[in-house]
Design a binder for this molecule. Sequence first.
Ligand code: HEC
Length: 145
Amino acid sequence: MESKTRNSLLIGIVGMAIALLYFGQIYFGASDADGSQSVSNPVPEGFVVPDFNRVQLAGQIAFEANCQVCHGQFGLGTNKGPPFMNEIYAPPIHADGAFVFAVAQGSQQHHWNFGNMPAIAGVSDDEVIAITAYVRALQSANGYE
Ligand code: HEC
């Protein structure tokens, strides 16, 4: 009898742990393949979010769906990927073609220590062009050009 009580207590605890893990994932948002959390860098004081045109707004939507988990809100970076608000990602060092190439082929780690960027499936060339326009608008509004 006593061990039966202990067993059901154990089952209860395990069940609660699984539920916590499951709802924790939903509550705290996306996590990537290694299971660890993506944490966006904070928006610095004085950061300028310009008025976006139609293409840039489409780019923002595609960026938030496909890139933000690593490159952060407004491209400010996360613990999973570099910020685009940075001279090295402005032209001419990284011209617009670098975006098309990175999305299609991925990018080997070379500037940072975040690891490789995987190729991103399901993003059309038009979407990458719009994403680039969105990133460029943020870069130039904040003096990275
Ligand atoms: C899983 C994380 C992840 C996602 C998602 C991701 N990236 Fe990256 N990206 C990286 C990392 C990490 C690097 C830096 C590699 C290095 O240079 O060390 C990078 C680098 C880049 C570069 C620079 C490439 C170069 O030539 O140096 C571009 C451009 C880029 N990403 C665009 C994008 C775009 C656009 C999206 C969304 C469609 C995206 N990334 C989604 C992780 C990611």
